[in-house]
Ligand binder design. Structure first.
Ligand SMILES: [Mg+2]
Length: 111
């Protein structure tokens, strides 16, 4: 994951790192929201227009959008000087902890 993060950084048009108080950083946050929306829109249209049946073309198109989401996640983490591997590990640790405590359902970021 860290190799991906490093490789992905070459496509940051701002060529900036390590400073989250910049237009470049905000552009990444807005980009993440935009790409998440594009992913949701693709799924919405599959549900609306194709009775929810996902064919191979749809899978490719949704996968492309997920890649765009991943790029922005990796970029935001890079601006925060956080390895992408740490993002993934912390997420799994959080989910494992919740699962052990039977708290996968419910609300609250830090349950
Ligand atoms: Mg996209």
């Amino acid at each position: 994951m860290n190799e991906y993060q490093t490789s992905a950084s070459q496509y940051d048009l701002f060529k900036a790192t390590g400073n989250y108080n910049t237009v470049a950083f905000v552009e990444k946050v807005l980009g993440l929201v935009g790409e998440a929306g594009e992913t949701a829109d693709k799924i919405k249209k599959i549900l609306r227009d194709k009775d929810g049946v996902i064919d191979e073309h749809d899978k490719v198109e949704v996968t492309k959008e997920l890649g765009d989401v991943l790029w922005y996640v990796a970029s935001i983490a890079r601006y925060l000087d956080v390895p992408l591997e740490d993002v993934a590990k912390m997420n799994l640790e959080k989910l494992e902890s919740r699962n052990k405590r039977n708290l996968l359902h419910g609300e609250g970021d830090n349950r």
